[in-house]
Ligand binder design. Structure first.
Ligand code: ADP
Length: 301
């Protein structure tokens, strides 16, 4: 049986981007720039990021039987991802319709499409992918029931990493499996609600109290905060200073790198120290998957 450093279970989207001078009012039509189509979705982004770094990586996802699905599969293969677990059909490929105005602000409409049809049954049928993975990572752009089924199906000893994005209330069964829960400030505040507190250290302690074995809070240019529930140690991991061009996909690259390094046996602080370098490299280039670095580019940072 083929083994993987990382199996990513999650979404794959086509990002359809048009530049506009201004957004149309209801009933109005405006002309925009030529359309560009980019591979995206948090699952596909994580898988591409890990494979680009050299991790043996597989993706379990669902795309439509259409041109966008083909484009996403080709982008995964070009990055070096094993796509045998990508299911095809059942609904159109998920898309994000993105307009960008001259100030750089995005307005986005997401059609989850096939991502919403990745079911718990699909997870149960994918035992041959789950069993040989060192680490399984997931996000929340596929149904929460499906993520919960991943947790139930996980072989003993397989590490589970969750990025709860977009944030949603998490069942305790899912929280308890996370090692770590990886999230940014916005997601941390959502999950903690009014009791969040002001400092990342407060969020990390509050999140650990909800049951995950460990927590990693990403802090943009400030790097990350690592909290291990086994030792109660909190460690700040600074990010290298870089010229940020586009932060799209930085969190996905960070999480993929972290998950891979944990699977290689690094401890949480060491894995995060690598992941901040990968995140920093990703923000120096435009786009999501297009911006992800190779291991050589990370060492050169
Ligand atoms: P998200 O993209 O999910 O909001 P963050 O903004 O916290 O997450 O970014 C994730 C990681 O990407 C950070 O932990 C850091 O390593 C890297 N990163 C993001 N923005 C910058 C930046 N301006 N300079 C350096 N590294 C960055």
């Amino acid at each position: 049986m083929h083994s993987y450093d990382l199996l990513v279970v999650g979404s794959a989207n086509a990002d359809l981007v048009i530049g506009v001078e201004r957004r149309p009012a209801p009933g109005e039509t405006v002309l925009g720039s030529d359309l560009t189509v980019h591979p995206g979705g948090k699952g596909a982004n994580q898988a591409a990021a890990a494979a680009r770094l050299g991790a043996s990586t597989a993706l379990l996802a669902r795309v439509g039987d259409d041109a966008h699905g083909q484009l996403l599969l080709e982008a995964q293969r070009a990055a070096g991802v094993d796509t045998a677990g990508v299911l095809v059909g059942g609904a159109p490929t998920g898309v994000a319709l993105i307009t960008v105005d001259p100030s750089g602000d995005n307005s986005i409409v997401v059609s989850p499409g096939a991502n919403a049809r990745l079911t718990p049954d699909d997870i149960r049928a994918a035992g041959s992918l789950l069993a040989p993975a060192r680490v399984v990572s997931a996000q929340l752009e596929v149904p929460l029931d499906t993520v919960a089924e991943v947790v139930r199906t996980l072989p003993a000893g397989t590490r589970f990493v969750l990025n709860p994005s977009p944030p949603a209330p998490l069942p305790s069964e899912v929280l308890a499996a996370c090692d770590p829960l990886v999230l940014n400030e916005h997601e941390a505040r959502f999950i903690l609600g009014d009791s969040a507190g002001d400092a990342p250290e407060d969020w990390a302690r509050g999140l650990l109290a909800l049951g995950p074995r460990s927590v990693v809070v990403t802090l943009g240019a400030a790097g990350a905060l690592v909290a291990d529930g086994r030792t109660d140690a909190l460690v700040r991991v600074p990010s290298p200073k870089v010229e940020a061009v586009d932060t799209t996909g930085a969190g996905d690259a960070f999480t993929a790198a972290l998950a891979w390094r944990l699977g290689l046996g690094q401890d949480l602080a060491a894995a995060a120290a690598y992941a901040v370098r990968v995140g920093a490299a990703a923000v120096t280039r435009a786009g999501a998957q297009e911006s992800f670095p190779t291991a050589e580019e990370v060492s050169a940072l």
